[in-house]
Design a protein around this ligand. Structure first.
Ligand SMILES: Cc1cc2nc3c(=O)[nH]c(=O)nc-3n(C[C@H](O)[C@H](O)[C@H](O)COP(=O)(O)OP(=O)(O)OC[C@H]3O[C@@H](n4cnc5c(N)ncnc54)[C@H](O)[C@@H]3O)c2cc1C
Ligand SMILES: *[C@@H]1O[C@H](CO)[C@@H](O)[C@H](O)[C@H]1NC(C)=O
Ligand SMILES: *[C@@H]1O[C@H](CO)[C@@H](O)[C@H](O)[C@H]1NC(C)=O
Ligand SMILES: *[C@@H]1O[C@H](CO)[C@@H](O)[C@H](O)[C@H]1NC(C)=O
Ligand SMILES: *[C@@H]1O[C@H](CO)[C@@H](O)[C@H](O)[C@H]1NC(C)=O
Ligand SMILES: *[C@@H]1O[C@H](CO)[C@@H](O)[C@H](O)[C@H]1NC(C)=O
Length: 551
């Protein structure tokens, strides 16, 4: 891994490269679409990259402008939410896919120089498309890190370096390739990009034992607003704190995470048990709220809740208890008999497997899918969706659950996922990292509504989920009503333009970060006072300083 820590650009370079530069200019002018309109934005950008970075690199092969035939393929490649690919969604002027760290540095310097708004994309899973759509500024470009996906696992050192464009599934696979008793506690969905995922927290089925992905980071490398590469030592503890939970796209471009591996047993156990309303789902879920956050830390039992059936068969609510236990089935049954006998699981429900296969199971791949599927590195399903989140601190009474079923049955394709907290999650203080949803949180709810047809009326579904969210206000955390930054929700408020003030941003900032919001603003003001890294919900600096154009 190269470790450049200085901006590498000075006017002296001009003379030494003037010959190549004029050759490039010739080349550029021959490319200009209109001979009298001067270079296009992508031409100016390519020219700047050439000057600021790699003098021998064919940048045009890494810049996808709207007129390039592969533009839409590249834009679509990792975008998860089809809502943000519709023709009505604003499109980037071009997409740049750096193949080295110095390209990322140059991209920051050049976008500042040309005053182009940038969006950064790693895995493209942002719920509101923040990594490839800007609703607030035009023109904008996307820096897509998909080609930067190196992973180096060091079992002796119990760590790994992983590059921003790698997926979490690739990381899991590379760990399992070297050891069957090491793992990493991050997301359940294997196509998440580590760049955006870990910086927003990153929870998964080992969170009750080991905390979040962000809680298990030991070092990082980022490109800051001045185009410098900083590691933990160079960035200092404040910024290192901010990037471990403060959310993507606010503080710089993450290049690498250095993560701490965690021990996993040779044999783990998984199960999924489903109960409908007719099978006593309401009482059972009422009980789950009191048990799941306090049960043995080796056990994570989430609940997937959705309507099933149709007009002919009748519709009901299905609740699926989907679990990972870090141990064998014998011990799991002991834990369940003691703490949660109501679920009634038996040895027949249990599947003993390896940790890496449990990753596939929890991610929803069919049994016997080979782990190599994790190397696919792209989403396995995509749809149109809108999602929201809540944290629950007191059990919802049965009457509340019954009202919730009525709401769910109104919608075609809704899904709720209830995710138990407790265990290690409670052992961190709220201010240990920007992620504040710690002790006292029983579980998190994710609400989703999905549709598959582009002609469908999104407003109908979005209004439905907003209504559901209103209904749940009684039962959710209050003052603030907390939300998970990695489940980005623009209903909570957004920066209207690049100069949004701290006071306006508090509305959503407090929900994602509680008391940590002020500290994030202070750090942002120090490391990116000009607000180079910004989007609809980026952390604002205290006062946006006037951009001084450097020419
Ligand atoms: C199907 C699905 C399943 C999910 N499952 C989980 C889960 O199990 N656990 C969990 O915690 N979350 C989960 N999430 C949420 C997920 O963690 C966030 O959407 C996360 O931000 C995705 O990161 P990304 O790199 O894939 O996304 P991107 O869309 O690429 O980025 C997300 C945000 O981070 C910024 N960003 C991206 N790369 C960088 C970078 N290198 N440096 C700085 N900023 C960057 C972007 O600009 C954007 O603001 C899920 C999301 C989806 C769609
Ligand atoms: C985009 O089109 C230009 C002009 O035709 C071409 O030079 C460039 O190589 C293309 N870029 C890519 C990534 O294909
Ligand atoms: C990209 O996605 C959009 C929206 O779903 C679709 O219209 C377009 O055809 C896709 N492009 C490619 C190349 O698949
Ligand atoms: C309803 O569901 C049943 C069982 O899954 C299926 O056989 C039937 O075709 C469905 N009917 C309609 C109208 O979708
Ligand atoms: C969490 O909070 C509860 C009660 O509010 C307290 O009894 C417990 O000690 C706390 N746990 C930790 C690990 O701080
Ligand atoms: C904010 O946006 C305006 C126009 O969109 C632009 O002129 C200005 O330079 C931007 N300011 C900053 C701080 O980027």
């Amino acid at each position: 891994m190269k470790q450049k820590t200085q901006t590498q650009t000075k006017p002296t370079m001009l003379s030494s490269t003037s010959l190549r530069f004029s050759v490039l200019l010739l080349f550029l002018s021959s490319l200009s679409h209109s001979s009298c309109s001067g270079p296009s934005l992508q031409e100016s950008f390519a020219q700047c990259l050439f000057l600021k970075s790699d003098k021998s690199f064919p940048f045009f092969a890494s810049i996808y402008a709207q007129y390039n035939s592969s533009f839409s393929t590249v834009l679509n490649s990792s975008a998860q939410n089809l809502r943000y690919l519709l023709p009505s969604a604003p499109k980037p002027k071009f997409i740049f896919t750096p193949t080295s760290e110095s390209h990322v540095q140059a991209a920051v310097i050049c976008s500042k120089k040309l005053n182009i708004h940038i969006r950064v994309r790693s895995g493209g899973h942002d719920y509101e498309g923040m990594s490839y759509v800007s609703e607030i500024e035009k023109p904008f470009i996307v820096i897509d890190l998909a080609k930067l996906r190196g992973i180096m696992v060091d079992i002796q050192d119990n760590t790994a370096w992983v590059q921003a464009g790698a997926t979490i599934g690739e990381l899991y696979y590379r760990i399992s390739e070297k050891s069957s008793v090491h793992g990493f506690p991050a997301g359940l969905c294997s196509s998440l990009g580590v760049g955006g995922h870990i910086t927003g927290g990153a929870y998964g089925s080992m969170m009750r034992k080991y905390g979040l992905g962000a809680d298990n980071v030991v070092d990082a490398k980022i490109v800051d607003a001045n185009g410098r590469i900083l590691d933990r030592k160079a960035m200092g503890e404040d910024l290192f704190w901010a990037i471990r939970g403060g959310g993507g796209g606010s503080f710089g471009i993450l290049l690498w995470w250095k993560i701490k591996l965690v021990p996993v047993p040779q044999t783990v156990t998984v199960f999924t048990v489903t109960k409908t309303l007719e099978q006593g789902a309401t009482s059972l879920l009422y009980r789950w709220q009191q048990v799941a956050p306090f049960i043995d830390q080796d056990l994570f039992i989430r609940v997937l809740i959705q309507p099933i059936g149709n007009k002919t068969t009748g519709r009901t609510i299905s609740t699926s208890y989907n679990a990972l236990f870090l141990g064998d089935s014998r011990r799991l049954l002991q834990v369940m008999t003691k703490s949660f006998p109501e679920l009634g699981i038996t040895i027949k429900d249990c599947l003993e497997t390896s940790w890496i296969k449990s990753v596939l199971y929890i991610a929803g791949f069919p049994n016997d899918t080979p782990p190599e599927v994790l190397l696919q590195g792209k989403p396995t399903f995509k749809n149109y969706f809108k999602a929201k989140s809540d944290f629950v601190r007191d059990p919802i009474p049965k009457s509340g659950l019954e009202g919730l079923w009525k709401k769910l049955l109104e919608e075609e394709n809704p899904l709720m996922i209830w995710n138990p907290y407790g265990g290690m999650m409670s052992k961190f203080a709220e201010s240990d990292s920007p992620f504040p949803h710690r002790n006292g949180t029983l579980y998190k709810i994710q609400y989703v509504t999905l549709w598959e047809n582009k002609y469908e009326d999104a407003t109908k579904h979005i209004n439905w989920i907003r209504g559901l969210y209103d209904y749940m206000a009684t039962y959710a955390s209050k003052s603030p009503r907390e939300a998970y930054v990695n489940y980005r929700d623009l209903d909570l408020g957004m920066n209207k333009k690049n100069g949004t003030r701290y006071k306006e941003a508090r509305a959503w900032g407090k929900r994602y970060f509680k008391g940590n919001f002020e500290r994030l603003v202070k750090i942002k003001s120090k490391v990116d006072p000009e607000n180079v890294f910004r989007h609809e919900q980026s952390i604002p600096p205290l006062a946006v300083s006037k951009r001084t154009k450097k020419h």
